[in-house]
Ligand binder design. Structure first.
Ligand code: OOG
Ligand code: MG
Length: 257
């Protein structure tokens, strides 16, 4: 696919995100390859960077069976995070800019050094400065939250926002930490960090591999979101959203219109 067509699709997605308006799926009709889809994603992110946003890291997607089943796409994908997507822990979150937002429980990594293109699990762990419980706000730009693999890759893996809880040194075993996602005090999703590829550290290894293959190796200071450990829950105004994770504490926000 030529760069002109890629730019046009990137603009379509970027506008949909800017104005909170859903668009029809296009991957099938356009015959988008995986490579094209990632090129659309990169071009849409370049538009955001041109507007003054700064790159903050990488998000992994569809790293748990629960997530794959929920959206009907069964491949691990990745997307790019910017500072405009960061929301403060405990702060109100206005839903006005979203189309049909959902929230999901994740684990976040903060890197203290760059990662090689194919790290071992030990090398990946060595690069981690801190880990934190985190909430991701996803918002597909596609109508009815329905998409194919190519669509969701082009759409930056539905990234919309992320909220990071308290950082902890990665000294403890975080491969199987229990977690509860509650909305208005009611437990809606119960799971474990083990839901993320059996161990979220595998997600960090995949992030290093995929990001390096795209010519953007993971950097010191970057955040890597490991992917939803459970299915996502829809967000509506007036909710209190809370993630409690064993050993790592809590992260929360209140939604407003
Ligand atoms: C795709 C994004 C997947 C995750 O953590 O698995 C994702 C989607 O569900 O819309 O963020
Ligand atoms: Mg996610």
């Amino acid at each position: 696919m030529n760069q002109e067509r890629i730019s046009l699709l990137a603009q379509r997605l970027d506008d949909a995100a800017l104005y909170g308006r859903a668009i029809p799926q296009f991957a099938e009709a356009e015959g988008l390859s995986m490579q094209d889809a990632y090129a659309v994603q990169a071009t849409a992110i370049a538009r955001r960077l041109q507007r003054g946003e700064h790159r903050t890291g990488v998000k992994m997607g569809l790293t748990s069976r629960a997530k794959m089943v929920q959206v009907g796409v069964h491949d691990v994908i990745w997307g790019r995070l910017t500072d405009a997507m960061a929301e403060a822990d405990g702060a109100p979150l206005s839903l006005g800019r979203f189309v049909h937002p959902r929230v999901e429980p994740e684990l976040a990594f903060l890197l203290r050094q760059p990662l090689p293109a194919k790290p071992s699990m030990a090398e990946a762990l060595e690069a981690v400065a801190a880990i934190a419980p985190a909430l991701e706000i996803i918002d597909s730009r596609f109508e009815n939250f329905k998409f194919s693999l190519g669509d969701v890759i082009a759409d930056n893996a539905s990234s919309s926002g992320y909220v990071i809880g308290p950082w902890h040194a990665p000294g403890q075993d975080f491969s199987n930490l229990g977690l509860v996602l509650s909305i208005d005090g009611v437990a809606r999703q119960v799971g474990s960090t083990a839901g993320i590829l059996g161990n979220p550290l595998r997600s960090l290894v995949s992030a290093a591999v995929m990001s390096a293959a795209a010519g953007e190796p993971l950097q010191a200071g970057w955040i890597v979101m490991a992917g939803g450990a459970t299915a996502a829950e829809p967000l509506n105004p007036g909710q209190h959203v809370l993630l409690e994770m064993q050993c790592l504490g809590r992260v929360e926000f209140n939604t407003t219109v």
